[in-house]
Design a protein around this ligand. Structure first.
Ligand SMILES: [Mg+2]
Length: 129
């Protein structure tokens, strides 16, 4: 268990929240993700525009922390190694979306804008996420 997982476990145990139902945690992750999304309602700010907006960044930090805390609650209570599952998923994504192909896409969107979607569709056809 890494440092943050230990801290989350302690926080849950201290409050007797260590028997939360996974479905309730999943709902909470979704609710907090919606709160994060709400910060962008009717806006489509660029990365730079968000970075320049200190107030927005502070609001994002709070909602992102809420999402992460519930996600870690789920992992800790189910005995899931977060580093292991994230690394495994990153490895899978790296294989699925080769960096060279994605980089090319970014440099010339008109030509390769659908490279990502072609790959995604092919995986979906195979029933793989
Ligand atoms: Mg919140």
């Amino acid at each position: 268990m890494n440092k943050i997982e230990k801290a989350v476990k302690k926080y849950l145990v201290e409050r007797k929240w260590d028997n939360l139902r996974p479905a309730d945690i999943a709902k909470s992750i979704s609710i907090e993700a919606a709160e994060l999304l709400e910060l962008f309602q009717w806006q489509n700010l660029s990365l730079e525009e968000v970075r320049m907006n200190k107030e927005k960044v502070e609001e994002i930090k709070k909602e992102l922390a809420d999402v992460l805390i519930y996600a870690f609650d789920m992992a800790v209570l189910l005995g899931i190694d977060t580093e292991k599952i994230m690394q495994a998923k990153l490895d899978k994504i790296k294989k699925k979306y080769p960096a060279e192909l994605m980089k090319k896409r970014k440099n010339d969107e008109s030509e390769d804008t659908d490279a990502y979607w072609k790959i995604k569709k092919a995986y979906r056809m195979k029933g793989v996420n």
